[in-house]
Design a protein around this ligand. Sequence first.
Ligand code: NDP
Length: 264
Amino acid sequence: MTAAQWHALLLVAYAVASVATLTTLMFFTDAAYGRHDSVEKAWWWGPGVPTRAAWIVMEAPSSLGFAAIYFIGENALQPVPLLLFAMWQAHYFQRSFVYPWKRRVRRGNTTPLLIPVLAFTTNLGISCLNATILSWPEISAFVPDYTLDWLADPRFIAGATLFAAGYYINRKADAMLAALRRPGERGYKIPRGWLYERISCPNYLGELIVWLGWAVATWSMAGAVFVAWTAANLLPRSLANHRWYQATFPDYPPQRRAVIPGLL
Ligand code: NDP
């Protein structure tokens, strides 16, 4: 099979996996990490592994794996692919190697092994799809020409603007959560202020906007499939978190929605 055929096959696989994941997380189980780590766990979740190490290992393919695949491509040193590469890394280098140290991890907290195993594998596949569209000439039929003219295209401008807005929301929301616990604290509190007055999960809203922006800025099926995949994971998670807040805190502000202000 050619690289283009592999690419097309992987796109279809992620589209199918997104539907399966959405169905599973909406109707059958919550992903058993973080506040949901005490859900009734079947044996197949596997043993617990240290949470911080799990985050670094499972996110690393999205930074290092993406870079390796990208730099194999012949167009890797072209300016517009490099700019898109930098946008991706701005998010994923931070997510892989900075964010795990900023999370206030509960002492002794573990994550079931299945979570990092699945995340490692799927992050590698997503990185493969999105790195090859930037720098591999064999995949260029799937995307617009990333010449300097692309920087003036309304799709790039709109996508990059969304990406920057989502990035800001995601980073700020994550930082506000990290600030809720003082060193050594283990429990949960009601987040207050800013977007938290409207929704329970602004960090997930920011993440969704980042990848929507990426899909528009690259105008690619790889980007579109990645938004679908992110939504399949984060929409059910935000609904589960929202229900958890309402069940845990009797005084939880009733006007808050889960992830989309005024809607969901
Ligand atoms: P959570 O909101 O569940 O948790 C983030 C951190 O904040 C954890 O350390 C958590 O502690 C802590 N925390 C959360 N709520 C509270 C609270 N009310 N009081 C005190 N501490 C709190 O986010 P995730 O771990 O699911 O995700 C982290 C980041 O990763 C997000 O930016 C998200 O967008 C991104 N992500 C992206 C995915 C994708 O598909 N692209 C998938 C999953 C995450 P504890 O661990 O103890 O619960």
